[in-house]
Design a protein around this ligand. Sequence first.
Ligand code: ZN
Length: 134
Amino acid sequence: MKKLPVNKDAYSESSKKSVGFEFLDDYYEDKKYRCKKCYKQDVFTAEEQKNTFEVKKAYMWQQRFLCNVCYQEMVKIKKEMSEIEAGYIKDKETVICDKELLKRWLFLLKEYPKYWQRENAAQIAFVLKAINNA
Ligand SMILES: [Zn+2]
């Protein structure tokens, strides 16, 4: 198994202050985990861990819980939702009358929590109402 040295200096400030920081292992090792969405087994590789904590500065206790496929899917859903939202803010009248777009928005809002992300209940209620009025 591949091992990579841990560079504690590269960790985020909040990680450095975290309980357990001083007990970090000296090496990253590939970690197996099961996806919470599709239950497929995936590996959080030593290389990905180094990149996550030392380059992207993720908080040290952040763990992987989605496989790569589900993670990419979740990011896609999030991106499309924020695009629709931005479109709505720019031109409320057009979006509010576009039943197909509203239905797509509702679908995305309902898919998102399946990836263990926070559900936006207020926005779901709003879009549902808009669909009924469109
Ligand atoms: Zn998955």
